[in-house]
Ligand binder design. Structure first.
Ligand code: NAD
Ligand code: LMR
Length: 341
């Protein structure tokens, strides 16, 4: 994954590129919300990804400019921009993967749930169009509140008769990216090769990093675990405050979104042992129909939702503490589609 940019810029691993060129299938990827703070750098990273053959950039406005700009980059992906409702079907037709960073971001003092009133309707409209125009596509949901927007999309797909739980993902990769970074910084080690599973959901205490399962195995004091857990849970808020009213994480999210999308594409293309944490339909924790944990990716999307493994007492307490908030966010999403006002 770290080779994403290097490979795309053509400086490395010609052998790998040569192997892929004959065997790699065509893959069309759409970014919905492509003119936004996440959408633009994410579009750039997808344009640099050799697994992408067609890149479809959709937003309510401004996408022709973004698409024209990206299309001049001398990488393989063919780029097209689409703006406005009338173009949404064309943007989605034939897509293998749809990435959704559409919607409003937080300002200081807001929770992710405060975005529900605006973003739920946006996600409902986009999910409806996906069901109509590319029902087989994998969907990577970035729009917040992820704990609710994934159930919203699932309920839309159920109503449309296209729901396949293997193909719908809440993107929680930024939590993993943060946990890796914060752990490496705290211990003064290189971040290269550091990994930390993050489970639960994507808001406050529902974000549960499992530092007891970090690799390489790293000894941490109780204070260090407390600090790292809280910093990972509050990572989004840290950026919202630093941006002081100008939005939330965009660049690190684009990086995380591109990592996760690349793993989905590798899985679709038949690569083995592609494992990422993601918020998916799950039976890992009884009573929580959606939950983020390690997921094995493959040609059908989710091939296996993996269990939690051994977790520490501290993490067990964190798991108990997240259940009620996560369940009510899930229910809020389900009710948005099913309960008539
Ligand atoms: P932004 O305001 O910069 O961009 C959002 C884009 O969505 C805009 O270009 C807007 O025109 C577009 N949009 C609005 N309605 C649309 C519609 N109906 N169809 C298509 N596009 C539409 O916001 P941003 O900083 O890019 O954040 C986008 C979302 O991602 C927010 O909800 C934010 O909270 C979320 N986010 C999630 C994570 C995560 O880890 N999952 C991380 C960061 C941000
Ligand atoms: C993040 O974790 O950075 C995103 O969910 C955006 C936010 O509102 O914090």
């Amino acid at each position: 994954a770290a080779g994403l940019l290097k490979r795309a810029l053509g400086s490395s691993n010609q052998q790998q590129v040569r192997c892929m060129s004959s065997a790699t299938p065509k893959r069309k990827v759409a970014v919905l919300g492509a003119a936004g703070g996440i959408g633009q750098p994410l579009g750039l990273l997808m344009k640099l990804n050799p697994l992408v053959t067609d890149l479809s950039l959709y937003d309510i406005a401004a996408t022709p400019g973004v698409a024209s700009d990206l299309s001049h980059i001398n990488t393989g992906a063919h780029v097209e921009g689409f703006a406005g409702d009338a173009d949404l079907g064309k943007a989605l037709k034939g897509c293998d993967l749809v990435i959704i960073p559409a919607g409003v971001p937080r300002k200081p003092g807001m929770t992710r749930d405060d975005l529900f009133n605006i973003n739920a309707g946006i996600v409902r409209a986009l999910a409806t169009a996906i069901a109509e125009h590319c029902p087989e596509a994998l969907v990577n949901m970035i729009s917040n509140p992820v704990n609710s927007t994934v159930p919203i999309a699932a309920e839309v797909f159920k109503q449309k008769g296209t729901y396949d739980p293997k193909r719908l993902f809440g993107v929680t990769t930024l939590d993993v990216v943060r946990a890796r970074t914060f752990l490496a910084h705290k211990k003064g080690i290189s971040v290269k090769g550091v990994d930390v599973p993050v489970v639960g959901g994507h808001a406050g205490v529902t974000i549960l990093p499992l530092f007891s399962q970090a690799s390489p195995k790293i000894e941490l004091s109780d204070e260090e675990i407390e600090y790292l857990t809280k910093r990972t849970q509050d990572g989004g808020t840290e950026v919202v405050q630093a941006k002081a009213g100008k939005g939330s994480a965009t660049l690190s999210m684009a990086y995380a979104g591109a990592l996760f999308a690349e793993s989905c594409l590798k899985g679709l293309n038949g690569a083995q042992d592609i494992v990422e944490c993601s918020y998916v339909a799950s039976t890992v924790v009884p009573g929580l129909p959606y939950f983020s944990s390690k997921v094995r990716l493959g040609p059908n999307g989710v091939e296996e939702v993996m269990g939690l493994g051994n977790i520490s007492d501290y993490e067990q307490k964190g798991l108990e503490a997240l259940k009620s908030e996560l369940m009510s966010s899930i229910q809020k999403g389900v009710d948005f589609i099913n309960v008539k006002a």
